[in-house]
Structure formats: structure tokens, C-alpha cells
Design a protein around this ligand. Structure first.
Ligand code: AMP
Ligand code: MG
Length: 413
């Protein structure tokens, strides 16, 4: 077998990711109702088909006036109309006239400014009061003062949201302003998730000798959902060919974008996942030059794409972040990633065995510089040190030691 050669023949992280990504394309789109759009990825550019605001309106509760009628010495204007929000003004303001107007109400023709009620002799605008006969004030008010002119915020035709954006709550508000009751978004990627191993117990089962609880399916399900994707949890396959095949078959019937498993892809005598892929599909690769997470498989079961993460809980998590999240981001049509990389400095010397290494660390800031401290034992089974970390420090392949204080890249979690 050509597989069991040394690290030199192993795929680099970048090569492995490229091989995986080249097999995935963005999902189809669908039109869904606006209220369901939060956190979904926009599949089209959104252009306004009208100005916002759509009409000149008052920014204050007060009086619509003509700037030329105002003066630093006292003036008294005749109040000829009362304009609540939502109404259409029926007057045309003439010299010496004013109209009581509420915030957001359409400005009457002839008016070119608004004087806030606080600046006038009218002190009472409480709900239910009717408009006074006159209004007096001592103030010059510039043309346009306290008016929100038509098109001030957005002009008809302007592109306000872009394809590939993940919709935030305020984006939904803007879409509502523009009248989008339904929105074209990308379909959520669908992932079938399974664990494998005879040692795995359900979270609510009593502990038994030699067994552990299946934790990966929780970490990974939540990770899939955090990437805006749907997870179909298929449970745990036993370490037999038939059990693994049965769950893969279930995945096929679920019409998913790909199958994601953990464990069973190493060199153990009971690692049937890899074997089933080789027998019923094809194995593209099964080892990557990284730590943790070397036994990472990619291939197909029948015609379905398959990614096999390592079994150790930290390896599974790191493998997800390095390979699976980028796949989900591509499938989902998202532009950009919700994982950022920054430069940090480690307080201690960092060691690696020469593979591209991902070390768990906690960051803090000192004089504007991000400082990293390892969270403890870096064994691939030690989930607590991952729980305590807020970043993974990335030591490039070929580097065995990073001296304390030297810059290193950190993937923020
Ligand atoms: P394997 O790749 O099957 O040899 O598994 C590697 C290690 O990961 C073993 O110690 C397994 O017990 C552990 N492991 C496998 N699957 C899970 C899981 N779903 N949850 C927690 N640990 C697991
Ligand atoms: Mg196993």
C-alpha cells in the first residue's frame, strides 16, 4: 500500500483542504418569508426600488414652518393644520402660517423647516391635545432644519445588501422597509452526522466498565449548526462493517450534502469506517500532516461525499474547524468566514513535532498586543483544555519550536 509512507508523503493541511473544497459547490437557493431570514445567507443583491425616506418628513414633534418667516425676535404664526404621522397633509403653507406636525409625518407643501415644540410657546403636546390657534417663538430656523428629506438614507436603485451576506436582525428590518416579504436565500447545507465505536455510550446511559460517552456527536452537531447548517444525527455505528454501512445508507436516504463521521479512520484493527468507504465508494486520502488530527479521511460512500474526522474529541473539533467549516461556508454561499486569524505572541516556548500544529491557548491583551498562554495539557483527548481556550495557535509544518515572544498565527474560536 502506498499509504503507509512517512510524513513527506502525507498531504499538507492546505492541499487536503483544497482537495476537499474542490468537490463542493454552493447549494441551490430558495425563497423564504422574511421572518425566517435571520442568520440565513442572501442569494441575491438587494436594491431599493424606491427612495428612503419615501417623502420629506419631520424629524421632531413641533411645527412645520417656512424658514423665511422666522426671526431672532418674537414671531407669531397662524396654525392652519394638524399633521399626525401617517396622514397626508392637505394644506399648502403660506407666509405667516405653520402646521403642527409629529415625528415621521409628511411635510406639507410650502414648509421648509420644522421648529421643535420645546422652542415655542406651546408647552403641551401630550397625547390628546389639539393644535393651538397660533404658535410663537424667538429663533431663526434654517431651511431644511429638522427635516428628513426624501432619499436622505437610500436612493432608489441603490444596492443595500449583497449576495453572500449573512442576514442580521437589522438587515431584516431594512428588507421590511423596502417591502421584501420574501427573500431569496441559499438553502441550508445538510449534513448527516455519525459517531463510531463499540466503546461509545449515550449521554444518559449508565457508565460501564471500559466505555465512554459519545461526546463528539454533541460538539460536532453544535459546530454544524453554528455554521448555519442543518444536522441529521444518525447516532453511533458499532465497530462492524454492517453497522457502519447501515448508518451510511441512512445518510444517503436523508438527502444530505455530505456525510460526516468521527473515529474509525485510523489504523486500528476495528476501524471499519475507512474500510467501508474503500469497499463501497472511494477514498481520496486518509491522513493529513497535522496535529492533532492526522487520521482524517475524505472520499465518497457510493456517490455521496464523505469526511471522516478523527475520534479523539480535540482532533475531531480541530478537523472540523480546519476542513469542515470551510466546506459548510462554501456550500452556504457565505462570503468570508466567521472564524478570524490574528497574530499573537506566546508567553512560553511552543513545541511541535514538525506537523502543522494547532495548540489550545487563551488570549489576553497587554499594551495593545495579543498574548497567548497554552491552556494546559495538549493531548488530543483532553477536551477541557479546548474548553478553556479561545484560540488555536497554528505552528506551520516544518517548525519544531517557536521561541517565547515570537509572533504566531491564532485561529479565534
Ligand atoms: P478511533 O479513531 O476509533 O481509534 O478513536 C480514537 C479515540 O477517540 C478513542 O480513544 C475513542 O474512544 C475516542 N472516540 C471515538 N469516538 C468518540 C466519540 N464519539 N466521543 C468521544 N470520544 C470518541
Ligand atoms: Mg474506534
Amino acid at each position: 500500500m502506498g499509504y503507509n509512507r512517512g510524513a513527506l508523503n502525507m498531504l499538507s493541511v492546505a492541499e487536503a483542504r483544497e482537495r476537499i473544497l474542490s468537490n463542493f459547490q454552493t447549494t441551490a437557493t430558495e425563497s423564504i418569508s422574511l421572518i425566517a431570514c435571520a442568520s440565513r445567507v442572501l442569494a441575491i443583491d438587494i436594491a431599493a426600488d424606491h427612495d428612503l425616506p419615501l417623502f420629506d418628513n419631520s424629524a421632531m414633534d413641533g411645527f412645520a414652518i417656512r424658514s423665511e418667516d422666522t426671526s431672532a425676535s418674537r414671531v407669531t404664526l397662524k396654525v392652519v393644520a394638524d399633521i399626525p404621522a401617517g396622514s397626508t397633509p392637505k394644506v399648502i403653507l403660506k407666509a405667516g402660517e405653520a402646521a403642527r406636525i409629529m415625528t415621521g409625518a409628511q411635510l406639507p407643501v410650502g414648509a421648509n423647516a420644522v421648529i421643535p415644540v420645546e422652542d415655542t410657546d406651546v408647552k403641551n403636546l401630550e397625547a390628546g391635545t389639539s393644535a393651538p390657534k397660533t404658535v410663537s417663538f424667538e429663533k431663526t430656523v434654517a431651511t431644511g432644519k429638522n427635516i428628513r428629506p426624501r432619499g436622505m438614507d437610500i436612493q432608489a436603485g441603490e444596492v443595500v445588501l449583497k449576495r453572500g451576506q449573512t442576514l442580521k436582525p437589522q438587515d431584516l428590518g431594512l428588507l421590511a422597509m423596502l417591502g421584501f416579504a420574501n427573500v431569496q436565500v441559499y438553502k441550508k447545507p445538510r449534513v448527516a452526522l455519525l459517531s463510531s465505536g463499540d466503546e461509545l455510550l449515550a449521554v444518559d446511559a449508565p457508565l460501564e466498565s471500559g466505555k465512554i460517552r459519545d461526546s463528539n456527536s454533541y460538539t460536532l452537531a453544535a459546530s454544524i449548526e453554528s455554521a448555519g447548517s442543518e444536522v441529521i444525527r444518525l447516532g453511533v455505528a458499532k465497530d462492524t462493517r454492517t453497522s457502519v454501512e447501515a448508518l451510511f445508507q441512512k445518510a444517503i436516504n436523508e438527502n444530505v450534502d455530505f456525510i460526516l463521521s468521527s473515529a474509525g479512520v485510523s489504523v486500528g484493527a476495528f476501524d471499519y469506517v475507512k474500510e467501508v468507504i474503500e469497499a463501497k465508494g472511494s477514498l481520496n486520502f486518509w491522513r493529513v500532516n497535522m496535529r492533532p488530527g492526522k487520521p482524517l479521511a475524505f472520499g465518497k460512500y457510493l456517490d455521496k461525499q464523505f469526511i471522516g474526522l478523527p475520534g479523539n474529541p480535540v482532533s475531531a473539533f480541530v478537523g472540523f474547524e480546519v476542513f469542515v467549516r470551510p466546506v459548510l461556508e462554501r456550500l452556504s454561499g457565505k462570503l468570508g468566514s466567521n472564524r478570524r486569524k490574528i497574530k499573537v505572541r506566546s508567553v512560553e516556548e511552543l513545541e511541535s513535532d514538525g506537523r502543522e500544529s494547532y495548540l489550545r491557548a487563551k488570549l489576553h491583551e497587554e499594551n495593545g498586543i495579543q498574548i497567548a498562554r497554552l491552556t494546559g495539557h495538549q493531548g488530543s483527548g483532553n477536551l477541557l483544555s479546548l474548553v478553556q481556550a479561545d484560540a488555536l495557535l497554528i505552528i506551520p509544518a516544518g517548525v519544531k519550536c517557536v521561541p517565547a515572544g515570537q509572533e504566531v498565527e491564532a485561529l479565534l474560536l
